[in-house]
Design a protein around this ligand. Sequence first.
Ligand SMILES: Cc1cc2nc3c(=O)[nH]c(=O)nc-3n(C[C@H](O)[C@H](O)[C@H](O)COP(=O)(O)OP(=O)(O)OC[C@H]3O[C@@H](n4cnc5c(N)ncnc54)[C@H](O)[C@@H]3O)c2cc1C
Length: 418
Amino acid sequence: MKRRDFLGFAAAGSLAGLAGCAANAPSKARVVVVGGGFGGATAAKYIRMWDPKIDVVLVERDPSFVSCPISNLVLAGFTGMEDITRSIDGLERYGVRVVHDEVTAIDAAKKSVRLARGGEIGYERLVVSPGIDFTFGEVQGFEQAMQSGRVLHAWKAGAQTVALRQQLEQMRDGGVYVLSIPLAPYRCPPGPYERASVVAAYFKQAKPRSKVLVLDANPDVSSKGPLFKRAWSDLYPGIIEYRGNARAVAVDGASMTVRLEVEDVKGDVLNVVPPHRAGDVAVKAGLITTNNRWCDVDWRTMESKAVKGVHVLGDATLSAPAMPKSASMANNHAKIAAGAIVDLLNGREPQPLKIINTCYSFVSRTEGIRVSSVHEWDPGQGTLIAVKGSGGVSAARSEAEGNYAWSWARTIWADSLA
Ligand SMILES: Cc1cc2nc3c(=O)[nH]c(=O)nc-3n(C[C@H](O)[C@H](O)[C@H](O)COP(=O)(O)OP(=O)(O)OC[C@H]3O[C@@H](n4cnc5c(N)ncnc54)[C@H](O)[C@@H]3O)c2cc1C
């Protein structure tokens, strides 16, 4: 039997057993986790590590995990998809039951989730970490242009990362790569500026007459601004052009045009990142509380403010003040939720945790920059706030920070997924 057949059989077999339990209460407390990305995989693993009596089922629709962190280096041709692709099946060694399927509905009254391939799984507590989906309608014509393959976002690492890399390779020397950034909040505040930097590094080496045109809906570079701008003027003069307050309202794949509020811009490769909201399953489950986009939570437990017994993690949350949507934060949210769930299922009062964000960006093939912050529970404000005087940014870009960026990525992949 091939490995793939074996995994398919194992998943179907375990699912049959789980579905049989749905009507009855689990024999020991069961936690179901929806989404095996940075938030969900970490939560599943840590619940099992901190209390092996709890039955944990992780439902992930994709066959393997593809990391957004480091994916910009794939676009630049500095690393390959194999370096950012991992299996989550290794979590089974902690006793996590991994089911490769999609959750299509959540019934909070019945405490069960429904799976696309049929069947339901009952739970005592549910963790939802679905990442983001896009509000495509805010950029007129985007969906049609994306379906034709002419315009891509590549803001979920995977097939679009590969396709955008191909477009950049096929672009003529002297062409224009247009990167359109939505209004914040979006996942990974420095991610677009890292993308502009490393694509410029690729152009400088492979097609030096080409340009990177950054159209930012925000007024200015919204993360590590002075460090990015310094790298752009030192390393890529004449290659990167940055325009703030340049929000894309429409896109046309036939004429390769991005329409801004006041003008039209043409390019050879159009990389338009539409505005985001919490992943679809959060919408279907009634977890959205704010601006039709995000899920507010109690930051001591990550429990939803809309639906009891459901904990929401990662990019899908309504961010606490000064908190970015990052893999680092999703991994930390997961540890808050895992600790709280273990406490609650053992009759203990959960205690608030202090958490840390660290976010590296490459500005060239080898040089990196960093931003970090510490967030703690403030009982007066009832949320996590950034600790005054903590964190900060790199003094300057360096190869040492680039090496730390790779170490950070390998460490968080291992902590979340292995
Ligand atoms: C280009 C780029 C670069 C980045 N670089 C960094 C970086 O350097 N550092 C950093 O900290 N962050 C970085 N990020 C941000 C980081 O990737 C996200 O913040 C992080 O992935 C959020 O984790 P999550 O668990 O919320 O969502 P995800 O990691 O996206 O996981 C969500 C998972 O849920 C699954 N899922 C969704 N719905 C269902 C369903 N109904 N049923 C089953 N499964 C479902 C999805 O398939 C997915 O696997 C970057 C992002 C981008 C786009």
